[in-house]
Ligand binder design. Structure first.
Ligand SMILES: *Cc1c(COP(=O)(O)O)cnc(C)c1O
Length: 408
């Protein structure tokens, strides 16, 4: 490393084919590591770089080719960012490349702006992360891109949502807050038959839990802020895709000036190394807690795809190979004030957005006001939990005490 002409050409094919023979836990340990990026140390150094100095004019001219993994200028990144992108690519079966974005929301925007132009129609699942919906109204509409929402569970009605201008479908499964699991392979196949690309917000499962591209999606989008960062101290997003779309995403991201800092990339890469054990622990605790909640008289329904009998469990079992600590439940016959008392009585659960960190969080939710083509009974009061790494017995005791306070 460190030749002034930049690191050697990437040897992506070799790295990936070797890595893919191993199980995810093994791949996490070394994904993205290349000696021409790391030198003799384990982790890629943090390359804080805007300017790259060239040997001579010919060298400078060669840099203009915009080759992947070559120094040019800070906006195209440095080995720190490339190592993270490469690691994410090697974890997503079928991906040829990954583009990093400053947040999950900017990753969704970057993907949509890469595949849509004025006059096109976008279909968004009605249970999408709320800022994805806002993006349609506050950004895409001004660019002449029309958005229509669809019910992710209405497979039979899905083909009728398309018109000849429909170019993209934004999927999310399980859906934000309400956790519906949709038939991604079937929806993606219908989209493809209509000439539209399928973009999946795969933040919940990550590639360790759901192989988006192998199930027919064209792009796997993640908020790295959640599981991958995992420590509530960094924001970032990613889109992993096949070769053709990757080149488009990369050019669009550069055109928008989207770049992530090498310090942040190093933090996310550090989080990635332990993501497997954190997800295992959080999933197991979440399932234990979901089973316990199901038996509480104050709870009407648990919305946890990993839980036997919970909505979407069969599809989750068919398509997913992992879960995480995020799930929701609905209170039985309580008032919003009582729900607030429950949330406020929690001592181990923080009250806050985001999820996938080491600490448990709880928030109330009321999706009725944000739905377009599906409904949610307004009297169904939801609570979303993000289960962290604490001992599940202590978390259950905390929930039990808060439920008692709520009813008192
Ligand atoms: C948090 C989240 C995002 C946005 O990620 P940020 O990094 O917070 O911008 C996108 N999709 C889902 C499902 C999320 O939960």
């Amino acid at each position: 490393m460190g030749q002034r002409s930049g690191p050697a050409q990437r040897t992506r094919a070799g790295t990936l084919s070797k890595g893919r023979n191993h199980k995810p836990a093994t791949r996490l340990a070394s994904a993205g590591r290349r000696s021409d990026w790391t030198g003799p140390v384990v982790n890629p150094p943090v390359w804080r770089a805007s300017t790259h100095l060239y040997d001579n004019s010919a060298d400078l001219a060669a840099g203009r080719a915009n080759a992947d993994g070559q120094f040019y200028y800070g906006r195209r990144g440095s080995p720190t960012q490339w190592a993270l992108a490469d690691a994410l690519t090697s974890l997503e079966p079928g991906a040829a490349g990954t583009v990093l974005y400053p947040s999950g929301v900017s990753a969704i925007a970057g993907a949509l702006l890469s595949v849509l132009k004025a006059g096109d129609v976008l279909l968004i699942t009605d249970n999408a992360y709320e800022p994805s919906r806002t993006m349609a109204r506050a950004l895409l509409a001004d660019l002449g891109i029309e958005t229509r929402f669809f019910d992710p569970l209405d497979l039979a009605g899905f083909p009728s949502r398309f018109c000849e201008r429909t170019r993209a479908v934004l999927l999310e499964s399980p859906g934000s807050l309400t956790m519906e699991v949709c038939d991604i392979p079937a929806l993606a196949a219908i989209a493809r038959a209509h000439g539209a690309v399928s973009l999946l917000d795969n933040t919940w499962a990550s590639p360790l839990g759901f192989a988006a591209l192998e199930h027919g999606c064209d792009a796997s989008i993640m908020s790295l802020t959640k599981h991958v960062g995992g420590h509530s101290d960094v924001m970032m997003g990613s889109v992993s895709t096949g070769a053709a779309l990757y080149q488009i995403l990369r050019v669009k991201a550069q055109a928008l000036g989207l770049v992530v800092s090498p310090d942040d990339a190093a933090l996310v890469l550090r989080g990635l190394r332990t993501m497997g054990v954190r997800l295992d622990r959080a999933s197991a605790s979440a399932l234990t807690i979901a089973r316990w909640l199901r038996d509480q008289r104050q709870v009407a329904q648990v919305l946890c795809p990993m839980l036997e009998g919970s909505p979407g469990h069969e599809l989750w079992q068919r398509d997913f190979i992992g879960g995480c600590g995020l799930f929701s439940f609905v209170l039985q016959d309580h008032t919003p004030d009582q729900r607030a008392r429950f949330i406020d009585a929690l001592q181990l659960f923080g009250i806050g957005f985001s999820w996938g960190g080491f600490e448990s969080l709880a928030i109330p939710f009321d999706p009725a006001r944000v739905r377009s083509v599906t409904t949610w009974p307004p009297d169904q009061l939801g609570v979303r939990l993000s289960i962290g790494l604490e001992d599940p017995d202590d978390l259950i005791a905390d929930l039990a005490r808060a439920l008692a306070v709520m009813g008192a």
